[in-house]
Write a new protein. Structure first.
Length: 164
């Protein structure tokens, strides 16, 4: 490169810029890593028609990193309660220029069976796509319950918060 710069009679920095060897600031910032933080709060109830109901509360902190313009990343979180129920949330994050975070594909599944590891899906719900500008946050709440067996007291109220 020094030979090219000298033959053009330019300084090293000017030559590098004129030859396009450095990305302009806009392109460099478009490739920057971004971090989204937030939390998922599970408020779960395992109803029992004998004995005592079990109520469980969990707060799962989130810190997810991605690249502006990079591929979308999918995530999963789950919680169990009472030995019989499990709630899972799936979601996807994607950053676009100028650092806008898209949160989409948000699905919540409610399982109930003989154990918390049951494959029996008893209720489900979804949360619509939302966009977050840098510095912005949003909270969405959803209730999922055992609709398949008509047991609405077996339920989870899930609160999903993201900050860009």
């Amino acid at each position: 490169m020094n030979r090219i710069v000298r033959s053009l009679g330019l300084s090293a920095a000017a030559g590098a810029l004129s030859l396009g060897l450095f990305a302009p600031a806009a392109e460099a910032s478009a490739l920057a890593d971004r971090t989204a933080t937030g939390n998922i709060a599970f408020d779960m109830m395992d109803y029992e028609n004998f004995g005592k109901n079990e109520r469980c509360r969990y707060n799962i902190p989130l810190s997810k990193t991605g690249t502006v313009g990079g591929p979308a990343k999918s995530f999963k979180a789950w919680a169990k309660c009472g030995g019989e129920i499990r709630t899972e949330i799936y979601y996807r994050l994607r950053w676009t220029a100028p650092g806008i975070l898209t949160v989409d594909n948000i699905v919540v599944w409610f399982f109930e069976g003989d154990s918390a590891d049951t494959p029996w899906l008893k209720g489900k719900g979804s949360i619509g796509t939302f966009l977050l500008w840098p510095g912005q946050s949003a909270t969405r709440q959803i209730r999922v319950q055992n609709d398949a067996d008509g047991q609405p007291d077996d339920r989870t109220i899930l609160t999903f918060t993201m900050r860009n």
